[in-house]
Design a binder for this molecule. Structure first.
Ligand SMILES: Cc1ncc(COP(=O)(O)O)c(C=O)c1O
Length: 398
């Protein structure tokens, strides 16, 4: 029998999906399960989005669309960037894809050759490492512990960039929910200016989900001369409650946007027309739902943070964006629950799910085996009981 490509020996199914699947199976078997595992928003877009889809169906051309994206969507995205303070982008700087994830793969193909070095912080969004493995590039990982609020320091970045082809940055962060301040972004941008041979991808898809007035800051605003190396990645998935619609964007130097358009022409041809219409409506329509949801997530963050920090031995930097918390639970290692010794984060999450029906993702899926990820987008009436069960689990450790 012929065999699969070598790269498939490096590709793994998503660790997050595996946990979410296990929680689903237990639920189907009748267990009372509260899932803190999957990072999906808990709301749908407004009626204007569905109306735009109906209108698009009425006018359906039935034809292939633009490899870059229709002009209305490019313009809507440029306006969206301008609202975030990122001005001066033209249509030729923009490209679309089937979600940010597909865009990141496009960028990997466009920018990286096998063996190239790619730098990113740990904890990282799981796909970054999977993507590096599939593309056969060398990840240079920069550990950022809970003691440093899971944030990269300028000195770490400076030491890691020589010889690298690409720096991949994520702010606000999945899995930690941490957000870099204006000063922190500015200090990292100063470092990036000193390394002119490195591409910079800013996976900032949670940029509208920031709390406490910290604001969203980026390298291009901090040091405009970085614009010819910075690729801003965005998506409608989280901000607009539209993860299944699959639209992602970049704002990038023309040469990069054009490369993505070329890849699109060979991979997907175009994002479907009705989906594009939905994305235009989301970006240009009333923003009341995303704004209200952001306030709700900030309130949930308060609840989650209060519950976690009340547990002796748990260390959790205070998240300020997205909808994740990433507590360090290593204080539980070596203790036992119901007679079973917790050796690591995977044991912790497995025993927690067995005993309390609460599903969390082990931190090792994100490169940090001392922690776990809580995604707090579950139905509102499950949040408090889920947190209480989490606290009970800790209280029962011997
Ligand atoms: C940091 C980060 N980047 C990209 C994505 C992918 O987004 P999309 O749904 O647009 O593919 C996710 C989704 O969880 C994410 O957390």
């Amino acid at each position: 029998m012929p065999h699969l490509a070598t790269r498939m020996s490096r590709a793994k199914p998503s660790a997050i999906m595996l946990i979410a699947e296990k929680a689903k199976q237990l639920k189907a078997a009748g267990r009372d399960i509260i899932s803190f595992s999957i990072g999906v928003p808990n709301f749908l877009p407004g009626p204007h989005v569905y109306q735009a889809v109906r209108d698009a169906l009425e006018k359906d051309s039935g034809q292939y669309g633009s490899n870059r994206g229709p002009e209305a969507l490019l313009d809507a995205y440029i306006e969206h960037l301008e609202q975030a303070g990122l001005t001066g982008y033209q249509r030729s700087n923009i490209a679309t894809a089937i979600g940010a994830k597909h865009m990141l793969y496009n960028l990997g193909e466009a920018l990286l050759d096998p063996g190239d070095v790619i730098v990113f912080a740990v904890p990282y969004w799981t796909t970054y490492l999977d993507m590096a493995e599939i593309l056969d590039v060398k990840p240079r990982l920069l550990p950022c512990s809970s003691a440093q609020n899971y944030k990269l320091t300028p000195a770490q970045l400076d030491a890691a960039l020589p010889g690298a082809k690409l720096f991949l940055f994520n702010n606000p962060s999945n899995p930690t929910g941490m957000v870099y301040t204006r000063e922190e972004i500015s200090a990292l941008a100063d470092v990036l200016v000193r390394h002119p041979d490195v591409w910079i991808i800013c996976d900032d898809i949670y940029n509208r989900m920031v709390f406490d007035g910290v604001g969203y800051h980026n390298f291009v605003q901090a040091r405009p001369e970085l614009r010819d190396r910075v690729i801003q990645v965005d998506s409608i998935s989280k901000t607009y409650g539209m993860p299944g619609w699959r639209v992602g964007f970049i704002a990038a130097p023309e040469v990069v946007a054009n490369a993505v358009v070329t890849l699109n022409s060979n991979h997907i041809t175009n994002v479907p027309e009705v989906v594009n219409a939905a994305a235009v409506a989301a970006l240009r329509g009333p923003q009341d739902i995303p704004i209200a949801k952001n306030a709700e997530f900030a309130a949930r963050r308060d609840q989650v943070y209060a519950a976690l920090t009340a547990i002796p031995g748990v260390v959790c930097p205070r998240p300020q964006g997205a909808f994740y918390a990433f507590p360090n639970i290593s204080g539980a290692f070596g203790k036992s629950h119901n007679g079973r010794v917790i050796n690591n984060d995977v044991d912790f999450c497995a025993f927690l799910l067995d005993a309390k029906g609460v599903a969390c993702v082990p931190g090792s899926a994100f490169g940090d085996p001392l922690a776990l990820r809580i995604s707090y987008t579950c139905p509102a009436d499950q949040l408090a009981p889920g947190l209480q069960r989490f606290q009970e689990f800790f209280a029962e450790l011997a």
